[in-house]
Ligand binder design. Structure first.
Ligand code: MG
Length: 398
C-alpha cells in the first residue's frame, strides 16, 4: 500500500484569494457582512487569521469592495489588497492579476470571506488532494434535508439526495489551469464559484470532506449559529448586560409634545435640539449603556445642525443597529416617564407599540410605565418631563 501524498515544504507555494466584496446581510445588517463582528473580531479576520496561521501559505490577496477597504484588519506579511469587481468572477480575476507574480506550479486557494470557520484540517486536505494530482479540489457536505423540485409554489419530484452535495469554500486549484479557465470563460455564463469554471474546461474537480464550521453567513441568524460553532470552549453562550438611561427636557408652551415616539395632544411640548423626545433619549442611552458605547450626545452631538428637529426614533434605531452589528440582541426594555401632565396612561399602549416597532421587538419585550412626582420637584411643578429606562441585552463574548 502506498501512502497518500501529503503537502510538505518542498511542494509549490500556496497563495490565497480571499473574496471580501459581499454586500450586507439579507436580514438587514447595514454593513458588508464580512465586517460583522463575531466573538471579538470581524468575520473577515477569522479566515484571514486561519490562512495566516497555516505554514504552507506564503502570500495572499484580499479582494475587497471600496466600502470594506477602510475596515480591513492589518494584513499578514506577503498579503496584498485588490479591488473587487461587480461580480464574483471579476473579483477572482482581479485577485489572479494581483497574484501575477506567483509561479505557474503554485496552488491557489479561493475563499469567500463570509465563511469564517476555516480550519487547518480543511486546508491540509485540499492541499494534499492537489499534491496528489488533482487540478481542483473543493470541500463538500452531504445534504441532510429532503430536496424536491418546485413549480411555482407547488412541490415537484423528490431529488436523489445521495447524489447531491453542498459545495463550500476554500476551493483549491493549480494556478495554471485556473488562469486559463478564467481567460477562456464565456462572459455571458454565470458561475457561482471557480470549480464550475475549471470544470467547464474539462477538468475533474475532486471532492473532499467539508466542515459544518464553513457555514456561510447570509442571514442575521447565521451569526448566532457561527458564534456557537466557533466560540472557544465555554464561551458559546451570550453574556447578559444591562444599561440605564435618564433624560430631562423642559416643557414650553405651544410646541408639539413627542413622547416615546408618539405625538401627544398637550398645551406644552418639550424643548430641545431634536424633537426632544425625552423617553426615546433615555431608552437610546440605556441601550448604548448596555453596549458600553458612550451616550446619545457622543453619537449625535447637539452642536451638529443636522440633528436640529430630528425625529428621535432615528437615535433609537441607531442604537438597535449597534446591537445587531455586535452580534447581540435586545431582550427587554423598560421605561418610566415622570410627568405631572399630561396623563400618560391613555397613550401607554401606543407608546409601547411604537417602541416595539422601532426596536423590532415583540410588545412582550417592551414595558412602559408612568408616574407623577406628587407635585414635588421640577416635574411636579410641570416645568419639565423626565424619563428613565433600562435595557437588557445579550451580547457575544469578546
Ligand atoms: Mg435629551
Amino acid at each position: 500500500m502506498t501512502e497518500s501524498p501529503s503537502y510538505s515544504a518542498a511542494n509549490p507555494g500556496v497563495a490565497v484569494i480571499l473574496l471580501a466584496g459581499g454586500a450586507g446581510l439579507r436580514a438587514g445588517l447595514d454593513m458588508p457582512k464580512q465586517l460583522a463582528m463575531l466573538g471579538g473580531k470581524s468575520v473577515l479576520a477569522w479566515s484571514l487569521d486561519a490562512f495566516a496561521a497555516h505554514p504552507a501559505i506564503r502570500s495572499g490577496v484580499v479582494v475587497a469592495s471600496a466600502d470594506t477597504l477602510p475596515y480591513l484588519p492589518p494584513l499578514p506579511p506577503g498579503w496584498d489588497v485588490a479591488a473587487a469587481g461587480p461580480e464574483r468572477r471579476l473579483s477572482v480575476a482581479s485577485g489572479l492579476e494581483a497574484l501575477a507574480h506567483v509561479a505557474d506550479d503554485a496552488i491557489i486557494l479561493i475563499h469567500d470571506a463570509a465563511r469564517p470557520g476555516v480550519t487547518g484540517g480543511v486546508i491540509d486536505n485540499l492541499l494534499n488532494c492537489i499534491v496528489g494530482g488533482a487540478v481542483a479540489a473543493v470541500p463538500a457536505l452531504p445534504v441532510t434535508d429532503t430536496l424536491v423540485s418546485r413549480t411555482g409554489t407547488t412541490m415537484g419530484d423528490v431529488m436523489d439526495r445521495a447524489s447531491l452535495v453542498q459545495v463550500q469554500t476554500p476551493q483549491a486549484f493549480r494556478i495554471s489551469p485556473l488562469r486559463l479557465a478564467h481567460q477562456s470563460w464565456d462572459r455571458e455564463q454565470i458561475a457561482t464559484d471557480d470549480s464550475q469554471v475549471v470544470r467547464a474546461l474539462g477538468h475533474d474537480v475532486a471532492l473532499i470532506d467539508g466542515d459544518a464550521r464553513l457555514h456561510k453567513l447570509t442571514y442575521a441568524d447565521d451569526l448566532i449559529k457561527l458564534r456557537a460553532m466557533l466560540a472557544p470552549e465555554g464561551q458559546a453562550e451570550m453574556r447578559h448586560v444591562t444599561g440605564s438611561g435618564y433624560d430631562v427636557h423642559r416643557l414650553v408652551a405651544g410646541k408639539p409634545l413627542w413622547l416615546g415616539g408618539v405625538e401627544i395632544p398637550h398645551s406644552h411640548g418639550l424643548a430641545g435640539h431634536s424633537d426632544a423626545d425625552v423617553a426615546l433619549h433615555a431608552l437610546t442611552d440605556a441601550i448604548l449603556g448596555a453596549l458600553a458605547d458612550g451616550d446619545i450626545g457622543d453619537h449625535f452631538p447637539p452642536s451638529d445642525p443636522q440633528w436640529r428637529g430630528a425625529n428621535s426614533s432615528l437615535f433609537l434605531s441607531f442604537a438597535a443597529e449597534r446591537v445587531k452589528a455586535r452580534g447581540g440582541r435586545i431582550d427587554h426594555v423598560d421605561m418610566t416617564i415622570m410627568a405631572e401632565a399630561p396623563r400618560i396612561g391613555p397613550h401607554r399602549a401606543a407608546i409601547r407599540t411604537r417602541l416595539a416597532d422601532i426596536l423590532a421587538l415583540s410588545e412582550a419585550q417592551v414595558s412602559v410605565k408612568a408616574t407623577t412626582t406628587e407635585g414635588l420637584g421640577f416635574t411636579g411643578r410641570r416645568e419639565g418631563i423626565a424619563a428613565q429606562a433600562i435595557a437588557t441585552l445579550s451580547l457575544p463574548f469578546e
